[in-house]
Design a binder for this molecule. Sequence first.
Ligand SMILES: Nc1nc2c(ncn2[C@@H]2O[C@H](COP(=O)(O)OP(=O)(O)O)[C@@H](O)[C@H]2O)c(=O)[nH]1
Ligand SMILES: [Mg+2]
Length: 296
Amino acid sequence: MNGKISVIIPTIEEESVFDIIKELRSQFGSKLELIIVDKSSLKYHERLKATKAMVLRQKDSGVENAIMQGLRAASGDLIASIDGDATHEIDGIARAVKIVESGEADFVLGNRFGKLEKGAMSPHLVIGNKAISKVYSQMYGTNVHDVLTGLFVMTREAFESIRNVKPYRAGIAFFAIELAKRGYKVTEVPIHYYPRASGESKLAKSKLFYGAQVTSHIIRLARDYNPLLIFGGLGAILLICGLGLSAYVVYTFVTTGQFTLIGRSLIAFMLITVGILSIIAGFILDLLLEIAKKLE
Ligand SMILES: Nc1nc2c(ncn2[C@@H]2O[C@H](COP(=O)(O)OP(=O)(O)O)[C@@H](O)[C@H]2O)c(=O)[nH]1
Ligand SMILES: [Mg+2]
């Protein structure tokens, strides 16, 4: 590695962070600028300070705000971030640095599905994270599989382009969205992901709600946000399902002469109605977007 690297660790009472600090120091030595952005009790905060790392106190909330606070204080040529719960493979940072230094990308995410250890991520979070990453990749023309990972490396130039952007609730996807929108190249490197050794998740009260928030940001902020494609597409799928189901109901009625599939008829009716409404909504939103663009 050529220049200096700043590594930011967001923490709320993480016992594992002390081991991470040791490991990072042994890996990067004098090239390392360590920045911990902490939102813990005073007692824990004092223990952090004793490590002699740069320790910042977070006044607002949210992991994206914590990381942004650290990024703004960083002076490294490259800037990285890693969760403080020792779940992400630390060597992933050095591998991501190599990719950035080769010029292949400006922002490299640590893909936890590279080597997902047993019990590290619950099955519903695996599905949710993969789905969100798929939506992100589709909308921003990238090919990443884990946009909500807790490990990344970015170039200083990439960071400077978003220094004054106010983070919204999207975790690391916030950085991935803003950088991709500005044309910076986003890629990933596979990493190991381990189960949490101590404490509980601090990220959000409800991961379902958090995931919904992230997804809505990803969709709304897409470069070529296309409501007709999203709502029209969704509507078309519902409509096709509804029509298929109706055909089945009608077929059964014609062949048996009895009308017994009342539940299915209702579902078919609902699918068709919601499908049509969604397509209409797509057209209306598309029209509004056109008008907004003209006004601009
Ligand atoms: N400073 C700060 N750190 C946070 C906040 N939310 C989460 N963290 C830290 O960010 C990292 C990732 O959070 P974690 O709870 O492990 O999220 P999960 O892995 O998605 O369950 C951990 O080091 C947390 O301590 C926050 O609001 N502020
Ligand atoms: Mg974690």
